[in-house]
Design a protein around this ligand. Structure first.
Ligand code: BG6
Ligand code: MG
Length: 213
């Protein structure tokens, strides 16, 4: 029986993927690299430095570690300009209602995100207090598809992995949850997320029945 739900943040609770894309695109232009929305799919769920590596690989560019850190910082500065303007209305449709339903039914809820900006985003959205546990990119050392982020969330909630379900929009995230022995619900594209136990388009009209496996 499912006792807890762990949510990825970017692309599940809120569509920050578009801000990540705009900031990476600006950086790619500065480096004279052609980078489009299809390439951007590969960056979902992936850490900041790994994302930069993918972009540099696309442009066939090699940089020193110190230069890479500078470029990653630059991208993050641009990205933060977007997220610092975010508003509660940007929470994706149905998410708040679903989270409240889970709480009312005594299920635990957590965030399991690769982002080091997760707390800033959750603060902007007034969503900090609703979660029983928030594990973000500052609290893990291994990136998805390693299950560390989800295992830590389950541990903080005192719930066994097999009693958790993970909501994810990235392939790396679905794989991480599966390796961690958790149930998986893909949020978004059915073809991309076909490895998940279930797939939904979003949280509009989703209720607790989705947790029956
Ligand atoms: C993930 C996003 O949630 O966080 C990735 O899907 C992003 O696109 C990663 O690169 C790291 O985010 P941040 O905010 O620490 O650069
Ligand atoms: Mg995501």
């Amino acid at each position: 029986m499912i006792k807890a739900c762990i949510f990825d943040l970017d692309g599940v609770i809120v569509d920050t993927a578009k801000y990540h894309y705009l900031a990476w695109k600006r950086l790619a232009e500065e480096l004279n690299i052609n980078f489009n929305e299809e390439d951007n799919e590969r960056l979902k769920g992936v850490s900041r430095m790994k994302s930069l590596d993918i972009i540099l690989e696309i442009g066939n560019i090699t940089l020193k570690e110190s230069e890479k850190l500078e470029f990653a910082d630059k991208k993050n500065k641009w990205y933060r300009e977007y997220i610092l303007k975010m508003e509660e209305t940007e929470i994706l449709p149905g998410v708040k209602i679903f989270l409240n339903q889970l709480k009312q039914n005594n299920l635990k809820i957590a965030i399991g995100s690769a982002s080091k900006n997760a707390l800033t985003i959750l603060q902007r959205l007034n969503l900090i207090d609703i979660f029983d546990s928030i594990i973000d990119g500052n609290k893990v050392s291994k990136a998805k598809p390693d299950p560390e982020v989800f295992i830590k969330a389950a541990q903080e909630m005192h719930i066994k992995p097999e009693e958790c379900v993970v909501f994810e929009d990235s392939i790396a995230g679905i794989q991480a949850a599966k390796i961690g022995q958790m149930k998986t619900i893909g949020v978004g594209n059915h073809q991309t997320l076909k490895e998940a136990d279930k797939i939904i388009n979003g949280f509009k009209n989703i209720d607790l029945k989705i947790l029956e496996f």
